[in-house]
Every structure is written in C-alpha cells, then in structure tokens.
Design a protein around this ligand. Structure first.
Ligand code: UD1
Length: 422
C-alpha cells in the first residue's frame, strides 16, 4: 500500500494546472452506451475511479482505447451484458450511473448495492422511485438489485432531495424513452449541464440542465445518439477549490490555471469573507496567504451553494482562522469523522452531532500518522499535513488517487515537500 510522507510548514508558490472533472468524465463514459458510434473524450483525469469505470464498461463488452495522454475513445456499440461486475460496483458508487443508459437500451440491469466513499448510508431509493415512475420494475434477487423495463415511458418526477447522480442517471435514461420526462427539483451542478450539452450535440433533446427543472424529449428505445465531435471534460472545480484553499493557507503567490472560477463562486465568497483576496481571471485564479484570517460559519448546500466535497479542506482552513466557526454539513451524514484526526493534529474541534462541528482557531497543527478515509477527506489531510509543523504520514493513498491525478507531482511543483512511498 502506498503512502505519502509530508514535511509541512513551508510556504508554497508557483503555478498549478487543473485537470478534467472526475464527476463529468465518469458520466460521459456511462453516456457512451447511448451512442451508435465510438465517442472521443478529451481531458479525462487519469484517476482510479476512471479506471474502475473503464473496467466496468469493458466487462460489459465495450471497447475502450487510450488515444492520447488524457484522451479516450469508447465504443459501447458491442455491449452484450447488463449485469455490473460485483466487486467493482460494491467499491464504486458512480457505477450506478450506468443503470440509466443500460436500462433504456437493453431493458434490464442488475447490480449489487453500489459502494464508494464510506460516509453515511448512501441509499438508492431515489433511483428506484425515478425509474418506477418511468415504468420500470424493481426487485431484489440473490443479493442483487434488478431493474427491468421493456420500454421506459415519459414521466413527471419530483426529487425529494436533489441528487446529482440520480439526476444524471434519469436524464441519460430519458434520452431513449417514449415520451417526455420532466425532472423537478433536480440537481444543478455544472457537470450535469456539461453532460446535457454534449448529449444535445449528438441528437438528444434536453432542456434546462443546470437548472432545477430539466425536460427531456425521449427519442425512443431504438434511437441512438451520433457523435460528431469530441467531448471536452470541464475543469475539476473540487481540485481547483482545494488548491485555492491550500494557497490561502500557505502561498506567497499561487496561480491556479485552466479552471472555471465561476463554478467556485461560493468558495470564493467564503474565502473573501475570511479575509483572503482571490484574484479571478477568465480561466485562472490567483491567491496568497493574508496576514490574518477571520472565522466564519460554513453550511454545505447543493450547487450553487458551498460544495460538500470542499467541506473537509475548508474545515482545515477554519482551524487557522481567528475565532469560532460552525461547520454544518447538510448534504451527507457522517462526513465529519475525519475531524477526529484533525483534533489529534492539534485542532480545537467539538463534533456536536453527525452534521455539525465547532472549530476554535487559530491552532498550530503538528504532523502525525493518518489513514485516508475517503478521497475528499484524504486531500484535506494532505492540506493539513502541509500546514502542520513536522512530518506526517498519510496511508491509504488509493483513496486520494481515486479522485486526483498525480497530486503529489502538482504539489511538488509549487514547493511542497511530499513523497510517495511504497
Ligand atoms: C455526487 C458526487 C459527489 C458529491 C455529491 C454531492 C459523483 C460521482 N459524485 O455524489 O462527489 O459529493 O454528488 O455534491 O458525481 N440520496 C438519497 N437517495 C438516493 C440518492 C441520494 O437519499 O437514492 C441522498 C444522499 O444520501 C445525499 C443526497 O441525496 O444525502 C445527495 O447525494 P447525491 O447528490 O446523490 O450524491 P452523489 O450523486 O452520490
């Protein structure tokens, strides 16, 4: 098992280039199932979750070729199976996105309970409710979930909770339904809009993606999309945001290139309220550490609110601000457990319940040995270790590699003392 050894407390400076968004690329891989011809996807991050999605699709019969450093060509026309690999699916939540296009095209999909990051319950009730409304039958058989539908039909579905993956999965399925599907109180994340944009360029009829109401005019079960241009993965806003937080804490001058600052408006206003000056260009951001920080409260929300995926890195930031901050995680249960390790590093944190914590700062952090619990908290530990005095060891780097390509190389480029060892 690989680990990171980090010596913290040093200032950072330089430039970092942001890669393609994991949460956009994964969904485009799944969308390939709707196409009659191979699709080319560019700017794909080389991360473990993408490799798992590639293995899953190949297991079903797709042909995937790496055509450039970050480019893939996916031919899903020859898919002949619709039972998702048990081992991969149990470890990898985003595999569930495949249910939408597979069900629409083949009429049957089976999978075990999809796993992934260890926080909270991560139920699938909204997938079931959405597909049932579109005419599918759901049953549990031999420890597997089975969805069946001869023909998916039009529906008007209102989300009880706006879910990113469910919005995307239902949207993908709806492309091949008979009739119109309306999704209300849908998630609005930029990756959903980008996915719809590419599907529309290939013949789909989707309106409103990126807003709370999405309307899809289905093309029918036997229709297929036709790709007429490569798809470009949008920059990863969570990677960019994590570097912005790191730069606010430690940089004498950090420039974050190839990002979309408009996707990070909520993080930027939070940092500014804490006293950080963020320079914003059309596709770059600049940041350096201010002399003092002010504490502030944080509440995660669906997009365009503060992303839950930046809650852990931002909480590390709050350990260095002056005064009392409250962190309120509203999206997931159990996403504050990593704070126990921050406390062991010297942070003054009271975890009030599974959703709320109080942080008192600023407190010096000291290096220690930690285990990455999931990809976002894993990166937060890297940030904490870079802030801390002394040496830290972060185990279970696989979790960080799930979401961030060559993170230690990017960090080294800006002066960080980080080493990957076996
Ligand atoms: C996606 C992102 C993840 C991000 C999250 C929230 C991907 C691959 N992952 O995850 O990085 O942290 O959005 O921005 O895109 N829920 C239910 N029932 C369901 C499904 C979801 O109750 O059937 C709940 C979840 O438990 C959670 C809430 O809905 O409380 C939102 O989660 P959701 O948006 O579904 O997260 P993911 O799509 O899994």
């Amino acid at each position: 098992m690989e680990k990171f050894i980090i010596h913290g407390g040093e200032p950072l400076a330089g430039e970092v280039t942001i890669g393609g968004a994991k949460n956009h690329a994964l969904k485009l891989f799944a969308a390939s199932v709707l196409f009659e011809d191979p699709i080319t996807i560019q700017n794909v991050p080389l991360i473990e979750d993408i490799f798992r999605m590639k293995e899953l699709l190949e297991g079903l019969g797709a042909k995937i070729t790496k055509t450039g450093q970050n480019d893939f060509c996916i031919d899903s026309s020859g898919i002949f199976r619709t039972d998702l690999d048990r081992e991969i699916t149990k470890r990898f939540r985003a595999s569930v996105v495949l249910v939408g296009p597979l069900l629409a095209r083949f009429g049957r999909v089976s999978l075990p309970h999809p796993g992934g990051c260890v926080f909270g319950e991560r139920p699938i009730d909204l997938f079931i409710a959405g597909f049932e409304q579109m005419g599918a039958q759901f049953k549990e058989k031999d420890d597997c979930y089975v969805f069946e539908a001869d023909n998916l039909r039009g529906a008007d579905f209102t989300f009880r909770i706006p879910s990113v993956t469910v919005t995307e999965t239902l949207m993908l399925a709806a492309v091949l339904t008979e009739g119109k599907v309306t999704l209300r109180n849908a998630a609005c994340e930029p990756e959903i809009e980008a996915l719809a944009h590419y599907l529309n360029s290939a013949g789909a009829k989707i309106r409103g993606a990126g807003t709370q109401t999405i309307v899809i005019e289905g093309l029918g079960k036997h229709a297929r999309l036709k790709s007429n241009k490569p798809s470009q993965i949008i920059p990863d806003r969570i990677e960019a945001g994590s570097f912005l937080i790191l730069g606010s804490l430690l940089a004498t001058d950090l420039r974050i290139k190839k990002c979309r600052p408009e996707h990070l408006a909520s993080l930027i206003v939070h940092l500014e309220a804490a006293g950080v000056n963020v320079e914003v260009g059309s596709d770059w951001m600049g940041v350096c550490r201010p002399e003092t920080f002010t504490s502030l409260d944080l509440k995660t929300r669906e997009y365009p609110g503060f992303p839950t995926d930046l809650q852990a890195p931002f909480s590390v930031f709050l350990t260095q601000t002056k005064g009392k901050s409250q962190v309120f995680e509203t999206v997931f249960d159990g996403r504050l457990e990593y704070m126990i390790d921050l406390k062991r590093m010297g942070a003054e944190i009271t975890i009030c319940d599974p959703h709320r914590a109080i942080i008192l700062g600023p407190t010096p952090l000291h290096g220690r040995e930690m285990e990455s619990p999931d990809l976002r908290a894993g990166l937060a530990f890297v940030i904490a270790a870079l802030v801390a005095k002394g040496r830290s060891t972060i185990h279970n780097v696989y979790q960080i590699d799930r979401g961030y390509e060559r993170i230690e190389e990017k960090l080294k480029q800006i002066n960080a003392n980080i080493k990957r060892v076996d």
